[in-house]
Design a protein around this ligand. Structure first.
Ligand code: GLY
Length: 357
């Protein structure tokens, strides 16, 4: 997997993006947007002489449109507009756009370069970085895809100013996860950040450090054979909560599900790997103060457990494997932790106690 540059470029997006085009004519550069980023973000590019001439293709927003049909529409657009393997695709959007666009570029004529410009905090801290691309298929999320890094990821925090508080917090949950799997200095910086009065320059610095946590891990293990599994902290229980919320018709944002999942998995970390109680309480308090709760009744415990058995991170022998944290505290990553059903359900009890259900 080629190396990917992550560039913070608030106020200099156009200049930086121009460098990324590497002397290409405007006819050999293409932009992918969804209907939201077309309205809210594309004008920041198309007001420029050069990018104003670049053709763009629009897909419908949201993860349920990360489909084969939408992918085919991007391939068709590239083909009809005579894109070659030397062309460049710029993905301007959240995780759905960068996932689908990254896959479209990675497969068109067996691969063309692409640049990600994440327009959500969640996209910037996670989806746009690390080369995972793909689409949903046959009812499964990210069922088809490849790991292939973008040429670069350009991050302009100014795009995040228009996000709702919920969307911002959804991204921040993945930053909390990176904080827990990193080191004490970065974790303490996370704790100090004022989520009530967001300073976007400070957010940029914190985000740069947070992305560096992921980059370091992906560099060692791009294909998730071992340490990349650290990035799944909070996600085993979190995905089950997310699917359950969707099934009952009250979908929650991904980061919120991960935040709730981290409460349970912090408990498991303490119980199974002796993660220090004080740190568990500190992290749980941060989540509790900011994320409210997802109602969970004890009647759905078995179903949540079933959902966890279907997690694609398992190895198929019926065990549910977690990434947990160990007795050395922040950054003491323990992958492939096999946890029994009783203890998993206990961790959901803990979640309910913490959030006051
Ligand atoms: N979202 C987790 C990863 O990129 O591995």
């Amino acid at each position: 997997m080629s190396e990917q540059r992550v560039i913070m470029c608030a106020g200099e997006l156009i200049e930086q993006l121009r460098k990324e085009t590497n002397g290409r004519t405007a006819e050999s550069v293409f932009i992918l947007v969804d209907s939201n980023t077309r309205r809210l973000c594309l004008p920041a590019l198309s007001s420029d002489d050069y990018f104003g001439k670049v053709k763009f293709v629009e897909i419908a927003p949201n993860d349920d449109n990360k489909t084969l049909e939408a992918l085919a529409s991007v391939w068709t657009f590239l083909s009809e507009n005579k894109a070659t393997r030397k062309s460049l695709l710029i993905n301007l959007g959240g995780g759905m756009v960068t996932d689908l666009g990254g896959f479209a570029a990675s497969t068109f004529k067996r691969g063309m370069d692409y640049v990600n410009i994440p327009t959500t905090l969640l996209g910037a801290v996670d989806a746009a970085v690390g080369g995972k691309t793909g689409i949903n298929f046959c009812g499964y999320k990210n069922e088809i895809g490849v790991i292939n890094s973008s040429q670069s990821v350009l991050i302009d925090v100014n795009f995040f100013r228009t996000l709702t508080r919920k969307d911002l917090l959804s991204g921040y949950a993945e930053m909390i996860k990176h904080g827990l799997i990193s080191d004490e200095k970065h974790w303490n910086d996370m704790l100090k950040f004022d989520l009530e009065n967001i300073d976007y320059l400070q957010l940029q610095t914190l985000l740069r450090d947070s992305i560096a946590v992921k980059e370091k891990i992906v560099e060692i293990d791009p294909t998730e054979k071992n340490i990349r599994k650290a990035l799944n902290f909070g996600h085993t229980v979190g995905h089950a909560f997310e699917s359950h919320a969707m099934e009952v018709g009250d979908a929650i944002l991904h980061g919120y599900a991960v935040a709730y999942g981290m409460i349970s998995e912090l408990y498991l970390s303490h119980k199974i790997c002796n993660f220090p109680k004080e740190l568990m309480r500190q992290a749980v308090a941060l989540i509790k103060e900011n994320y409210g709760s997802l109602p969970i009744s004890c009647k759905v415990y078995d179903h949540l457990y079933d959902l966890m058995t279907h997690d694609k991170k398992n190895v198929g022998d019926g065990r549910i494997l977690f990434t947990l944290l160990g007795d050395k505290g922040i950054g003491d990553i323990r992958i492939n932790q096999d946890v029994d059903k009783k203890t998993i359900l206990e961790s959901i009890d803990y979640y309910r106690d913490v959030v006051g259900l």
